[in-house]
Each structure stands twice: as structure tokens, then as C-alpha cells.
Write a protein that binds this ligand. Structure first.
Ligand SMILES: Cc1cc2nc3c(=O)[nH]c(=O)nc-3n(C[C@H](O)[C@H](O)[C@H](O)COP(=O)(O)OP(=O)(O)OC[C@H]3O[C@@H](n4cnc5c(N)ncnc54)[C@H](O)[C@@H]3O)c2cc1C
Length: 294
């Protein structure tokens, strides 16, 4: 049952923040594909909802003059996947968006909701981690910008202060220009399934034969999405070879804190990390203009 005790709509961020500050029990709802499921399952009881769907300033994707790409949190996954700006500049985010849910869910679910629900399995998160995305947050105290890595505090827990809203996702040019990426979602079924593991890899090559930079974002390999610092540090300056990529896969496992769940055992998830990191990196190398690594 949906025990909705009250329903409010805001048309500006200021209005939403004021309503949230005045009533701490309000639950923000964007697409509602998480909130309504939680209500249905009794995880949220007697909710008073604040819809932010009518806040126009939270929609859309833009590339600014300095190359920064801003994504409004109300942008749906369908809009992310169809965006010319994202297709041209960050195609790996299109792959992640299209791996999410099915068409009906993608038409409604927002990228902001995906981040704010704090799930390690969120399909946008590992790619946004690899892109070093920053999040713009607005609340009664004003605006702040935080790295996405600092925003995730634990399973289902994010750094949203009271009455704060996520108002923008920022991707800076130095974090996508010159990079090629690949996203692999491993799940039991091809559609409408949560990831058993998500792997987003970005790489930048020097002369097509050396790794200038490698970034690995993992979902469901720990209580929050993570990066793999040791594997990334090892990769820098190394030749693009089967041996290097195999070692990167091994080192990626070191960053994980996987657990056993009904979907997969810890050991199986670690195996997936090693194997899928290599596959994603090989695919990214090809897209970056390097040769095929068998
Ligand atoms: C059938 C089904 C399949 C699914 N498949 C997938 C999948 O494959 N991959 C995946 O990652 N997820 C999946 N999900 C989960 C869900 O669809 C996503 O997490 C989605 O992106 C949530 O977005 P939303 O707009 O619906 O969020 P909502 O449900 O509206 O909100 C989610 C949370 O974020 C908060 N919130 C939303 N926007 C803001 C904001 N701007 N500022 C502050 N707080 C905010 C809300 O208060 C709430 O806590 C699935 C869900 C369903 C029902």
C-alpha cells in the first residue's frame, strides 16, 4: 500500500529547500521508481512527499564554453542515452544508461534519484566515479560542490544535509577529453535486473601503445561504488599488453570489499572484478585507438 500522508510540489529549488527546511519529514520524489517501491514494501511509512518534477532548472544536459558538462538531476536515463552531448563526449555514460532497467523505467527514473538513493548497484555510479564527477548540492546554507566519491557514505547513505537537494552533476573536460571508456553490467538477466557487478573503465593512451591513464569504477564490489587506486597507479606509463591488463585486473580486486549475497558469493564477485575489468579495459583500449589485446 502507498500510505501517502501529504503531497507537495515545488517549482523552484528555493521553494523546495524552504519546504524541506520547514518540514523535515518530507521525502523528495523525482521519478519515484525507488521511493514508491520503498513505500510499497513498507520501508518508508506514512510519507509526506515533495515532488521536484516541476523544477525546470533541474532538467537538461549542457556543455559549457570551458567544456564542463552539466547534467540536471531530473534528467531521465532515456534522456541521458539520447543526449547528443553525452553521445559525442561521454559515450560510456550512454552504455551505462542503457543498461539500466527497461525502457519504461528509463523513461521515468532520473540520474539524480539514482545517485541520491545511495545504492552501490546504481548503474550510473561506477561511470560517474571513473569520470571524477562532482555534485552540486543546494540547501538552506547555500551551495556546495563535492566529489561523488565523498558523497557516498555507506549502503543507502549519502551526504545530503537536512533540506538539501542535488542540483547538478558536473563532469570536467580533463576527466573525459582524450579518454575512451567501456561499461559492463553483469546481471542474472539482460533487462530489469540490478547489477551483480558493474565495471566502468576509462583509458587514455600515449601513441596508442602506453597507458597514460586508466580509471576503474566498480559497483557492488563494496558497500559503496569504488575506484581502484592501486590498479590505476600500476597502469600509468605501462605498455598496453595482455600481461599489463592481467595485472590491472588482479590489482583491481585489492580495492574491493565484496560480500556474499543471494545474487553471488564474495569469491564469485572477486572473480568477476578480475575478469570484467580486463574485458572492459580491452574494449576501452580498442575504442581509444589501440590495437586488439587478445
Ligand atoms: C523495475 C525496476 C528496475 C530497476 N532497475 C534498475 C537498474 O537496472 N539499475 C539501477 O541502477 N537502478 C534500477 N532501479 C532503481 C531506480 O529506478 C533508480 O535508482 C532510479 O534512477 C531512481 O530514480 P528516481 O528518479 O525514480 O528516484 P526517486 O525514487 O524519485 O528517488 C530516489 C531517492 O533519491 C532522492 N532524490 C531524488 N532526486 C533527488 C534530488 N535531486 N535531490 C535530493 N534527493 C533526491 C529521493 O528522496 C529518494 O531517496 C530499478 C527500479 C525498478 C522499479
Amino acid at each position: 500500500m502507498y500510505n501517502i500522508q501529504g503531497y507537495f510540489e515545488a517549482e523552484t529549488v528555493k521553494e523546495a529547500v524552504e519546504l524541506l527546511a520547514a518540514n523535515p519529514n518530507l521525502v523528495v520524489i523525482a521519478g519515484g521508481t525507488d521511493v514508491l517501491i520503498k513505500m510499497h514494501h513498507g520501508q518508508i511509512e506514512k510519507a509526506e512527499l515533495l515532488s521536484i518534477r516541476k523544477i525546470k532548472s533541474l532538467e537538461g544536459i549542457e556543455k559549457l564554453e570551458d567544456g564542463t558538462i552539466t547534467i540536471g538531476p531530473l534528467t531521465t536515463f532515456t534522456q541521458v542515452a539520447n543526449s547528443p552531448v553525452i553521445k559525442e563526449n561521454i559515450p560510456v555514460l550512454v552504455e551505462a544508461a542503457l543498461s539500466m532497467g527497461g525502457p519504461q523505467i528509463r523513461n521515468v527514473a532520473t540520474i539524480g534519484g539514482n545517485i541520491c538513493n545511495g545504492a552501490t548497484s546504481a548503474d550510473s555510479a561506477s561511470t560517474l566515479f571513473a569520470l571524477d564527477a562532482r555534485l552540486r548540492l543546494e540547501g538552506p546554507q547555500g551551495e556546495r560542490v563535492v566529489p561523488i566519491q565523498d558523497f557516498y557514505l555507506g549502503p543507502g547513505k549519502v551526504d545530503l544535509k537536512p533540506a538539501e537537494l542535488l542540483t547538478g552533476i558536473l563532469i570536467f573536460p580533463e576527466n573525459y577529453q582524450g579518454y575512451a571508456g567501456h561499461y559492463i553490467k553483469f546481471s542474472m538477466r539482460k533487462a530489469m535486473d540490478i547489477a551483480t557487478l558493474g565495471v566502468a573503465v576509462l583509458c587514455k593512451l600515449k601513441e596508442g601503445r602506453l597507458f597514460e591513464d586508466v580509471r576503474i569504477g566498480l559497483g557492488v564490489a563494496a558497500p559503496t561504488p569504488i575506484r581502484c587506486p592501486e590498479a590505476e597507479a600500476f597502469a600509468r606509463g605501462k605498455d598496453v599488453s595482455r600481461e599489463t591488463i592481467a595485472e590491472i585486473g588482479k590489482l583491481a580486486v585489492k580495492a574491493t570489499r565484496a560480500r556474499t549475497s543471494w545474487r553471488a558469493s564474495k569469491e564469485y564477485r572477486e572473480h568477476l572484478v578480475e575478469e570484467l575489468t580486463q574485458r572492459a579495459l580491452k574494449a576501452a583500449v580498442l575504442k581509444a585507438g589501440g590495437g586488439e589485446v587478445a
